[in-house]
Write a new protein. Structure first.
Length: 377
């Protein structure tokens, strides 16, 4: 159970649950119910219970999940959807694909999540929805965001691809899982996610019965019943083998999250003495499941040089994300320019992520920490 350092160690994670995975695989193979089989429905039910949400609709991937939610509302072409520029491109991609206009907003420099004040200033008569992204593993501040959305008759679609299992804590002390607070939430089960399958997969969450019914039709070619198509749909289904993996791994999701928190705490302690490494901020309104451990580097530090320095020593690191979405060539036609979002642009130039996963051994983390601190010595 050794090997080179990885950003995410899926090999050793699999080794611990191999027998359970193979048992569930055999159930699928023995039944030959490869699409929409019993394991899909079992996983769906298990996830509904875990999230305490009325409806989970599995689908083919996280990008589809966001797209299908917006398809269900059939917004007029040109309608505006507010989204942070500092996020993975998929969040923005689906908005543009549907003929809608992404309106970018700034993020907070400490949590990397959407800036509510900047969001408030971007609402126009054309705005129809807001997509808060729970980036790197903790929730955006949903309570004031939802209040703002309700006051302006906007829909809220949560992108929780990086924060499944995180708890949002309301001002009255009650809690809700990431992805269950808005009109709908979307997640990805890409293998490297905290809850990942062994291929592509995704899901949509909602407490709204009518919306759930529309989404179930859309993901299956718009069918209300076989060969009866009530809406334009897509082919976006979670296959049974992937559901089998997720059914097993869901049982361990909270354990995985706790393991990641321990790794994050070790990093925090090790980097505390360096003013040039700004460790992740923990919000008091959200738990953190650390999909990524992302630090900001101090002034004058060459992030790319650190990245290369670590790579030369066999230590992986990643840069999420080097180019903000408002400056991506694909979205240049919306007219944004460099300087429009200074906080986002600054983060894109100075953040770097170190390995974090549930199988991290102490000696592995010590090697990573030593390499990072060597660079700053």
């Amino acid at each position: 159970m050794k090997g080179k350092l990885q950003m995410v160690d899926l090999v050793n994670q699999y080794a611990k649950i191999k027998d359970e995975i193979r048992t569930e695989f055999d159930r699928v193979l023995d039944s030959a119910a490869f699409i929409n089989g019993p394991l899909v429905h079992e996983f769906q039910s298990d996830l509904e219970s875990y999230l305490d949400v009325k409806h989970v609709i599995p689908c083919a991937n996280g990008t589809d999940a966001l797209q299908v939610i917006m398809m269900a509302y059939d917004f007029p072409a040109g309608s505006e959807v507010i989204v942070p520029s500092y996020t993975y491109v998929a969040t923005v991609e689906v908005i543009a694909l549907l003929g809608l206009k992404p309106v970018f907003v700034e993020v907070y420099p400490d949590t990397f999540n959407v800036d509510i004040e900047d969001l408030s200033g971007k609402i126009t008569h054309k705005t129809v929805a807001v997509v808060p992204v729970h980036l790197y593993g903790q929730c955006a501040n949903m309570e004031p965001l939802i209040e703002l959305a309700k006051a302006n008759d906007l829909k809220v679609f949560e992108d929780t691809a990086q924060a499944i299992g995180a708890d949002y804590i309301y001002s009255n002390g009650s809690k809700a899982k990431a992805g269950t607070m808005g009109n709908a939430g979307a997640t990805s089960f890409f293998p490297a996610k905290n809850l990942g399958c062994y291929g592509d997969g995704g899901a949509i969450f909602t407490n709204e019965d009518e919306l759930a019914s529309k989404i179930r039709m859309i993901v299956n070619h718009g069918q209300s019943k076989r060969y009866h198509h009530d809406s334009i749909g897509v082919n976006s289904r979670l296959d049974s083998l992937q559901a089998a993996v997720l059914k097993v791994k869901l049982k361990y999701l909270d354990d995985y999250s706790e393991s990641r928190r321990k790794v994050a705490s070790n990093y925090d302690e090790a980097f505390r003495s360096s003013s040039l490494i700004i460790t992740p901020h923990r919000s008091d309104f959200s738990t953190h499941v650390f999909h990524q451990y992302t630090v900001k580097l101090g002034d004058g530090i060459d992030r790319d040089d650190l990245h290369s320095f670590l790579a030369d020593r066999g230590i992986p690191s990643m840069i999420y994300y080097p180019v903000p979405n408002h400056l991506q060539k694909a979205y240049s036609y919306f007219g944004y320019e460099k300087g429009d979002f200074p906080i986002t642009e600054d983060l894109c130039s100075r953040v770097i992520s170190f390995p974090i996963h549930s199988e991290m051994r102490n000696e592995q983390q010590e090697t990573i920490i030593s390499g990072v601190l060597e660079y700053f010595s």
